[in-house]
Design a protein around this ligand. Structure first.
Ligand code: C2E
Ligand code: CA
Ligand code: CA
Ligand code: CA
Length: 277
């Protein structure tokens, strides 16, 4: 078995023989996790060129026996088993609550919150209705909420995806296209789907200090500007990357250079520190 060295992988190793029963085990544990409310949202700051916090990305964590399990270890199983639907609904509700809560604070009310939505989740018939119900129950300022989708939503049923995004936009959500450059998106897709914000994938940020990598990012940014899209660079880890990305015209920045995903209270403190000085 691989990765036996590190504790967390003992439960989640990927040997083919054990895969099915393993998935079954995780699925059962996830089901319990939903009931016991073991999920938590962490918030990673999104900064502008002047290092003011303009928003955050909500990232889910599973707190299992006091240990933090990252989403890469359970979201795929949740997607396969359909449990992503319940988990995803919780994410939307929690995100809406946060934005609603922040409205009564002079500084935090300016902060937007982007949450991730899985294709599997959007595929469900009742998705839009659930979003509507959550919004009408919690009544957040929807213009401070952003939905992060990946290019894969366009592959399955384009007409339906188009319709869905149109309705979400009408409700006030902004649409982020996540992991841009790793899939198959074409310029026509960006226009047709009325994307607001394009997230440049970390793999491009990783290469931006090389001559070739710089050309790629420049191309993406020039295209975004022509289409009136805002850009976010994700996975910014070094000051040099930040400098070059700024020079190339990126609007917003997210990455360990500024902060890791933070607990709610830590995030709120972080915002107050950076946005009041
Ligand atoms: P993503 O949407 O591309 O999220 C960005 C990931 O990059 C996050 O990992 C974040 O912690 C990490 N990251 C941010 N800055 C840096 C950096 O400077 N360096 C490095 N090495 N990594 C950085 P995380 O939180 O483990 O999430 C992984 C993926 O799990 C996400 O990728 C997203 O696809 C999925 N995910 C997370 N939360 C949710 C959720 O609530 N619902 C759904 N459906 N998927 C989620
Ligand atoms: Ca994301
Ligand atoms: Ca991303
Ligand atoms: Ca990514």
């Amino acid at each position: 078995a691989k990765h036996r060295g590190r504790n967390k992988y003992v439960i989640f190793n990927t040997d083919v023989k054990e895969k099915i029963s393993k998935e079954y085990t995780i699925k059962t544990m996830l089901q319990k996790a939903i009931e016991n409310e073991e999920f938590e949202l962490f918030y990673q700051p999104k900064l502008d060129r002047n290092k003011r916090v303009v928003g955050c990305e909500a990232l889910i964590r599973w707190i299992k026996d006091g240990k933090v399990v990252p989403p890469g270890e359970f979201i795929p199983v949740a997607e396969k088993s359909g449990l992503i639907y319940e988990i995803g609904k919780w994410v939307i509700e929690e995100s809406a609550k946060r934005v609603q809560e922040w409205e009564s604070d002079e500084i935090l009310k300016e902060i937007s919150l982007a949450f991730n939505v899985s294709v599997v989740q959007m595929r469900r018939e009742g998705f839009l209705n659930d979003v509507r119900n959550i919004i009408s129950k919690i009544k957040p300022n929807v213009s401070n909420l952003e939905i992060e989708i990946t290019e894969s939503v366009f592959i399955e049923n384009k007409q339906r995806a188009l319709h869905l995004l149109e309705l979400l936009k009408r409700m006030g959500f902004k649409i982020n296209l996540d992991d841009f450059g790793t899939g198959y998106s074409s310029i026509s897709v960006l226009k047709e789907f009325k994307i607001d914000i394009l997230k440049i994938d970390k793999s491009f940020v990783d290469e931006v200090l090389s001559k070739e990598g710089r050309v790629y990012v420049k191309t993406i940014i020039d295209m975004s500007k022509n289409l009136n899209l805002l850009t976010v660079a994700e996975g910014v880890e070094y000051q040099e990357q930040f400098e070059v990305l700024k020079e190339l015209g990126v609007d917003y920045f997210q990455g360990y250079l500024f902060a890791k995903p933070l607990k709610k209270e830590e995030f709120e403190e972080f915002v107050k520190k950076l946005n009041t000085s």
